[in-house]
Unconditional design. Sequence first.
Length: 256
Amino acid sequence: MIISNSKRNIEMRKGDKDMQITLHQGIEPFTIAYQPIIDLRRNIIYGHEALIRPKTCKPEDLINKVTKQGRLLELELSICSIVAKQFSRKNDGSVAFINLTPYSFTYNDGEEIMKALSPFDPASIVIEVTEAIKLSKDISGVAKVWHDKGYRLAVDDISQGYSRLSAVAELMPDFIKIDRPCITGAVKSKSWRKVLESIINMARNIGAKTIGEGIETEKEKELVTEYGVDFAQGYYFGIPSLRLLSRQELNSRNVL
């Protein structure tokens, strides 16, 4: 999951009217930025990760604030509604990756969030469950509900300890996101390459696809491609943008 709030991380474009600041009484104004996720085998944009961008604070600070206010579900319902409408208008078959906290993911077995996403085909949505260390004991049952409804799930920061492995066991995700420290380590270290290889093998054993996060250099791209990582995202391919990018725009940057 990428939550940096630096202005350099957002590509502002004149005329972007789709991603306007969303106002809710008592909640910090925010925009939604999108970072492309690339299919490394087909060299096309597979989808975009939706990233919340508060106007005056960091994303994690906004999450903490609304959690204390008891308005976390309200915030995440708003995000899901905005993203679903954006992707429904795009209508080109690309996939939306949406971050959800365990609270909203499990609330009423996910029914409220699914209603917010209802304008958009579940097959084109991947729910990325954040804060894996805080997963509830009954989350595997809720994950089955999501899967049965046609949604796919993702777990991120897989090299960051036991809690992430526990999340894999409980959620049986369709995508496992390999964090940047693992990838940069694998560029330099044989031991990290073994870790990377073991993660890829684990994903294949449970039928999950892998996504390399934070790809910034040609060497990192070459590494994940060589090891058979399925998808990748990072500044090398495209910075978060206030509108959904087309493949042609990505090609214009000479990265595909």
